[in-house]
Design a protein around this ligand. Structure first.
Ligand code: FAD
Ligand code: PHB
Length: 390
């Protein structure tokens, strides 16, 4: 097999890249290790920045998102029961977010690629990149029982944090930065109408809680837990009790319903520099991870591949490689801005384990500053809705 761009991974990064390249007439093949069903049913992110939503609409894959997603003009931060609305209309020049599940974005993109005659090979096993430093890279893999090879000019490593592409950059040629947080999130999907019109991020002495939503019938909620904890310790009743306590606010009631799904995820920050090695380009979680408190991971993945698709179009269509050579530098500027925002939101809203009275006093001071300062709320608003790409 032969193609111009070999894409590893059919998450948001790989699929948006495949779609953008196809629109520019650039041939590409996506190799995905999981089944289509698995990729389409993984419950993860839910918040699209204005720029991500605009991109999906402008490139013809936003129809269902517009019909079924919800545009939100604000979010709530709550400290010890007191709710403070971050008003995007007033503070972020009218930019908004769209609440629409990541797996719905993935479904829409897969349907669009297949309808346009694109190639996505699901259940591609043992994918391995070769010769990425030179002009003729390739990807070997096993598919339907046979060994295959995909020759390509460029490899896009969109294979998430646990993928294989990042390791194709020799250790001496890359530097990794990161930290693990001493807490994780227990996330549930519940068959109950959301108890709020807008997201609520709540700090309480019992820990962080988040009320998000998916549809008029489905709520998405999270609790700060020990990352080593196990869902078997969290029967539904305990989850609802804890959510009720942490989200409590005068005059407000949390509606409860059947829990459809629950999982615990650890939290980390991670950046790999550079995001390029020869003709290998990393995008999305393959290159960086942010803690989910800023709702940024999927958006950052989409921002990376927007930059990459433009650079690849200039390369393949105009013979201009300058954009490709600047790819890593351009992406990393945004990546580190988003790392700062995600870390700030995480430290503002979680109970930091260990008894460090100085840090908790500083945290309380930051929370009070959100309450009192329009400048602080504006900073949160403009980062939350997403800074412009250029
Ligand atoms: P992935 O979605 O991880 O996709 C990578 C793909 O590559 C997968 O399909 C995988 O199966 C495939 N793959 C891996 N290895 C191989 C291999 N060797 N060969 C072939 N294929 C391979 N982000 C937001 O923007 N907003 C949010 O509200 C938000 N909330 C989140 C909540 C939670 C609980 C979690 C866990 C994450 C959240 N995120 C959020 C982050 C977001 O889900 C990720 O950043 C996003 O999925 C990154 O997309 P990606 O395409 O880079 O990687
Ligand atoms: C979600 O709806 O899944 C969600 C929303 C906001 C976040 C993280 C996850 O910060």
């Amino acid at each position: 097999m032969e193609t111009q761009v070999g894409i590893v991974g059919a998450g948001p990064a790989g699929l948006v890249l495949s779609h953008l390249l196809a629109l520019q007439g650039i041939d590409n093949v996506v190799l995905e290790q999981k089944t289509r069903d698995r990729v389409e049913s993984r419950v993860r992110a839910g918040v699209l920045e204005q720029g991500s939503a605009d991109l999906l609409i402008d490139t013809g894959v936003g129809g269902r998102m517009v019909a079924e997603g919800a545009v939100h003009e604000g979010v709530n931060l709550q400290f010890d029961g007191e709710r403070h609305r971050i008003d995007f209309t007033a503070l972020a020049d009218g930019r908004t977010i769209t609440v629409y599940g990541q797996q719905e974005v993935v479904k829409d993109l897969i349907a669009a690629r297949l309808a346009a005659g694109g190639t996505i090979l699901f259940e591609a096993e043992d994918v391995a990149p070769h010769d990425v430093i030179g002009p003729a890279p390739s990807l070997t893999f096993r598919h339907c029982g046979s060994e295959r090879e995909l020759a390509c000019s460029v490899v896009a490593g969109c294979d998430g944090f646990h993928g294989v592409c990042r390791d194709a950059i020799p250790r001496r040629a890359r530097r990794e930065f990161g930290r693990e947080y001493p807490f994780g999130w227990l996330g549930i999907l519940a068959a109950v109408a959301p108890s709020t019109d807008e997201l609520i991020y709540a700090f309480s002495e019992r820990g962080f809680a988040l009320h998000s939503l998916r549809s008029p019938e489905i709520s998405r909620l999270y609790l700060q837990v020990d990352p080593a904890d196990h869902v078997s310790n969290w029967p539904d009743e305990r989850i609802w009790d804890e959510l009720r306590l942490r989200l409590a606010s005068p005059g407000w009631t949390l509606h409860e319903g059947p829990v459809l799904e629950k999982a615990i995820t650890g939290m980390r920050s991670f950046v790999c520099e550079p995001m390029q090695y020869g003709n290998l380009f990393l995008a999305g979680d393959a290159a960086h991870i942010v803690p989910p408190t800023g709702a940024k991971g999927m958006n950052l993945a989409i921002a990376d591949v927007t930059v990459l698709a433009r650079a690849l179009a200039a390369h393949f269509n105009d013979g201009d490689r300058a954009g490709l050579e600047r790819y890593s530098e351009r992406c990393l500027g945004r990546v580190w801005r988003v790392q700062d925002f995600s870390n700030t939101m995480t430290e503002l809203l979680h109970v930091l384990p260990g008894d460090d009275p100085f840090s908790s006093r500083v945290q309380r001071a930051k929370q009070r500053y959100v309450e009192s300062s329009v400048a602080m709320r504006r900073t949160i608003a403009e980062n939350y809705v997403g800074l412009p790409l250029d």
